[in-house]
Design a protein around this ligand. Structure first.
Ligand code: ADP
Ligand code: ADP
Length: 228
């Protein structure tokens, strides 16, 4: 469904952050990108929605080269979740989820219905949380809202850049479990960046280990664990 073919990124300053990487993931799979800081995880992820345009190779979604697609159209199909949720502080939770550009054309009632459905999906009771503001929620709850927002327009692909990285270990584990439960229901194609191997093994259908801009190993968790 998502395919990288010898993809590279050379930044304008000449730095080659990603070199010649290839992989393919099927619809409904979670690919985890793992590796030390600076190895090219975020660059790789941002090339998928063209926040960072690749400079060599090809990226295909359903066999279509993403450079042939209008970036706005492309991004409508790709949700994005970042570490600190990135919620608008002056909007309620409901508006944070419902006011994304992709939902702009929707009928007010249909949109509201969708927002409430998404909040329930991520385990937040709308009756309690819809009218609150982000700072009235814990970090873990804010991340749930970030996930709800990414899912609201029903994109096929979700990019998650260390979404649980700033949470305490217990909340983090809880959200990992929630993500797996949710995934049973929504079956998204997910690219998940982390530097925590436990998290990678728990969530990944496939795990790509990056080092200095190249994939040094790409395996299922089972294969990774059964190798010396
Ligand atoms: P990671 O997500 O694994 O920490 P990044 O993809 O953010 O790594 O960065 C990979 C490398 O590319 C790093 O050395 C970083 O400094 C460099 N880099 C990132 N963005 C730019 C940029 N805009 N211009 C030049 N170098 C960059
Ligand atoms: P992050 O929170 O993703 O780690 P960074 O602090 O690495 O962000 O980067 C912040 C911004 O600076 C990004 O837009 C990134 O592309 C850019 N950047 C990162 N490293 C470099 C670099 N070596 N040269 C130029 N720009 C960079």
């Amino acid at each position: 469904m998502l395919k990288f073919e010898k993809v590279g990124k050379k930044y304008p300053n000449g730095y080659e952050a990603v070199k010649n990487i290839s992989f393919e993931i099927e619809a409904g799979e979670i690919l985890v990108l793992i590796g030390p800081s600076g190895c090219g995880k975020t660059t790789t992820m941002k090339m998928i929605n063209r926040l960072v345009p690749h400079t060599s190779g090809h990226i295909y979604i359903h066999g279509k080269d993403i450079t042939k697609e209008n970036p706005v159209t492309l991004r409508k199909n790709i949700g994005y979740v970042i570490q600190q949720a990135g919620l608008f502080p002056h909007y309620t939770i409901e508006d944070n989820v419902g006011l994304i550009p992709d939902l702009k054309g929707w009928d007010v009632n249909k949109r509201k219905e969708r927002v409430l459905e998404m909040l329930r999906l991520v385990g937040l009771d709308p009756a309690l949380y819809a009218k609150r503001y982000p700072k009235q929620l814990s970090g873990g709850q804010q991340q749930r809202v970030g996930v709800a927002r990414a899912l609201a327009a029903d994109p096929e692909i979700i990019l998650m850049d260390e979404p649980f990285g700033a949470l305490d270990p217990i909340t983090r584990e809880q959200l990992q479990d929630e993500l797996l439960r949710m995934q049973q229901e929504v079956k998204k194609t997910i690219v998940f960046v982390t530097h925590d191997m436990d998290e990678a093994l728990k969530l990944g259908d496939k795990i790509a280990i990056l080092k200095d801009g190249v994939i040094v190993q790409l395996d299922t968790p089972y294969e990774l664990l059964s190798r010396p």
